[in-house]
Unconditional design. Structure first.
Length: 507
């Protein structure tokens, strides 16, 4: 991060924006802006907090009110450090989760975390009404039990369904923006993660909603990314000290959609991307949704992008598995830093043993090392109780999944990509970057690390008219950040083992 204080302390030399970027692990507040003299985007993280959740009676809930308290603390911190005047504030978060409100805007019930298990029986119930093919034809989404569709279906089947008392459903970032602005609208990119959306009309899939007898009145108006909702609420002006003219903006509310805005691509279609963090989201940007049979067969999904475009992508497990292992090792007294995990893995040249990172056993938290050992035993592979070897096994398994997924995208679209962009925290893991370029055979361009925050800023700047469009902004990103380039030098290992991986590892 580059500090802004020297630019802002005397007179405002350029517009300031507040970016609130919330991940499933942590959230942060970043004050940002565009220094026209240096032709660079400037970022400064002013506040960071854990994204808290609780497990009660084996159910997992987000502590949404604590999250809101931390957002207010973030605004206070930004004002204390940079004064009260900002051109905009926006929030991006993970997808699929939601808040139910009653007619008095009270929160109805707990806010579930997508890792909660209550949706497990819902696919079977859903298919009694429509087939997978029919649901896909309406939504263009893949079938993940974390999707809002299955979460709402689960609520519908409860003895005392909160849907009967709900006045509105708001995706997590839309709810948090409502608390800032008082405006209850849902931004399209986050709606597109619900499996309740028509990707052609960029609206709710009213046919699907009707088929499953969900109450139509609870679904809010949808706005496009880059929409100005209104000024900050007066109550927050008093509480945080922020200027009452500050605009609350629905940028690209889904974190991956924001990350894609930050991709420093040239003006061509010759690129695909990996947004690498707790999840790995792999895909490309296309002009309209694809309902190709291969999209359905391979489990790809159509999600919203900016400028009326679509992100054709697949969500796969990311560094979550490694994060869980590190948590376990920390409890055992081995306090590994991020760099130490990379160094431990680098002590082993090749693992030659892999897991399917999308196997359902790796989805839930806890006891991750044992889960890896069990998977390897179940697939007739050898497990080594060596932390560095386990880390390399995870990273190689991710790289193998990247290889297969990108091949599937190319098959769907009938084209080959020469460039692969990686954004997000995973770009800090140079071993993963090396493995990825070799596994995929693609030129890999890494950066910006803070891709989601940078994309959030970009949509705010477009909303306020400070920059013209996404293409112009991507050029600015290229000029602002030091990118890292990786070229494949060893692909034989991956080619040689691909058949084994696809036949024996992926179920």
């Amino acid at each position: 991060m580059v500090a802004l204080k020297k630019h802002f302390c005397a007179k405002v030399l350029f517009n300031k924006y507040i970016v609130l970027d919330l991940g499933a692990e942590s959230g942060r507040c970043i004050v940002s802006g565009y220094d026209s003299d240096k032709n660079k985007i400037i970022l400064d993280e002013v506040y960071r907090f854990k994204t808290p959740y609780s497990i009660i009676n084996n159910e997992i809930y987000w502590n949404i009110l604590t999250i809101n308290d931390e957002i207010e603390n973030s605004l206070i911190s930004a004002v204390e450090q940079y004064g009260d005047t900002f051109s905009g504030v926006s929030i991006d978060t993970w997808g699929v989760d939601y808040v139910l409100l009653d007619a008095d805007d009270r929160i109805l019930g707990p806010v579930y975390n997508y890792r909660d298990k209550r949706t497990k029986p819902m696919l079977e119930k859903a298919l009694k009404i429509l087939s997978k093919e029919q649901i896909f034809s309406l939504t263009g989404n893949s079938f993940a039990l974390i999707n809002t569709f299955f979460q709402i279906l689960s609520e519908k089947y409860k003895k005392h369904s909160l849907l009967e008392h709900a006045s509105l459903i708001l995706p997590i970032p839309s709810f948090l923006l409502f608390l800032l602005s008082g405006i209850k609208k849902a931004e399209y990119t986050i709606v597109s993660t619900t499996q309740l959306c028509d990707p052609v009309k960029r609206d709710w899939s009213w046919e699907l909603i009707s088929k499953y007898d969900f109450p139509k009145n609870i679904f809010p108006e949808i706005v496009e990314p880059g929409s100005i909702l209104g000024p900050v609420k007066s109550s927050l002006v008093k509480k945080t000290g922020i200027n009452n003219k500050t605009k609350i903006i629905a940028s690209a509310s889904h974190d991956t959609a924001s990350a894609v805005v930050s991709i420093p691509s040239e003006d061509s279609n010759d690129w695909c991307f990996i947004s690498s963090g707790t999840w790995s989201i792999i895909g490309t940007e296309i002009h309209k949704p694809s309902f190709d049979n291969k999209v359905f067969e391979y489990g790809f999904t159509n999600e919203g992008s900016v400028d009326g475009n679509t992100r054709l992508l697949k969500n796969i497990a990311g560094l979550w598995i490694l994060q869980e292992c590190v948590k376990q090792w920390n409890k055992e007294g081995k306090k590994y830093s991020y760099n130490e995990t990379v160094n431990l893995a680098s002590e082993h040249k090749q693992c030659r043993t892999w897991i399917d990172v999308d196997d359902e056993r790796f989805f839930t938290p806890g006891d991750m090392v044992r889960k890896i050992s069990t998977f390897l035993n179940d697939t007739g592979q050898v497990f080594k109780n060596d932390d560095g070897w386990i880390i390399l096994c995870i990273l190689e398994s991710l790289a193998f999944k990247y290889r297969i997924t990108i091949k599937q995208i190319e098959e769907i679209l009938g084209k080959e990509f020469s460039v692969l962009h990686m954004v997000g925290g995973g770009t800090k893991n140079k071993l993963l970057c090396d493995l990825t370029t070799n596994a995929t055979g693609k030129k890999l361009i890494c950066g910006p690390i803070e891709g989601t925050a940078v994309g959030n800023l970009g949509m705010q700047m477009i909303a306020t008219g400070e920059i013209e469009n996404v293409s112009s902004y991507r050029k600015l990103v290229r000029d602002s950040f030091d990118l890292e380039y990786f070229t494949p030098i060893e692909s034989q290992y991956w080619s040689k083992n691909e058949d084994y991986y696809t036949e024996k590892i992926i179920r």
